[in-house]
Design a binder for this molecule. Sequence first.
Ligand SMILES: [Zn+2]
Ligand SMILES: [Zn+2]
Length: 252
Amino acid sequence: MQLYDLHTHTNMSDARFSIEDLVSVEQKQGHILGVSDHLFCCGIYTLNDIKNYLEILQLYPVYRGAEVNMEHRFKLPDSLDDQLDYVIASVHSMPDGRGGFVPLNQYFSKRSGFTDAYSKNYSSDMNRYYLAYIIQMMEKTFSTQRVDILGHATVIPSYDELHGTSFLTQWEDAVIALCKKYDIALEISGLWRAPGVDVLRRAHEAGLKFSMGSDCHDPIQIGNLAYVEQMITELDLQPEDFFVPKRQLSFD
Ligand SMILES: [Zn+2]
Ligand SMILES: [Zn+2]
């Protein structure tokens, strides 16, 4: 199957390599590439920054994507939105139910192997509340903003801690139902090796589309879709089970 890497970063946001390096490594790997740097953080803050980012992407044979924080509003003016081939929305902090958010940067750094240190900044007693609020946040975002792909949906510390509970199964089913309702592809993530095969099986049965992404930030992570390939084999996924941006890429 043709592999697409639609979740990638560059040093225009928070990755440690240039777009030239990203394009050349992915080309060697035979992947079709989409670049999805973080918007409204990590170097791309203003609408003018986004315009510059999109202009740079136009110089390469890549899809023009973006990753946004689910917890922020990210509606773009049409002139910019029209140039984006897709938007990935991901949870990067947990709503605390009182209008505040628990940032998850340290959890991500630790889980991706970038740092060893991790001081927990939330209460395990609140795990079910955090996840319940995340469902509310997802529905609000999906119903009011443009989202094509739900990024690393299950990479949340409260999710890890509730492993094996029936609450978690219901939560996963709620996420699947929201993606179905709003026609949003569920990402299979190379970096995070998530969601788990059981979630993906249920999502597949529900008729969801999937999306492939390495979520690379380090050179060694570029194009790592081993977990995606494993899931394709295990669930016998076909090309039509995957989201593909509409625009035809030219390779001249
Ligand atoms: Zn992310
Ligand atoms: Zn990312």
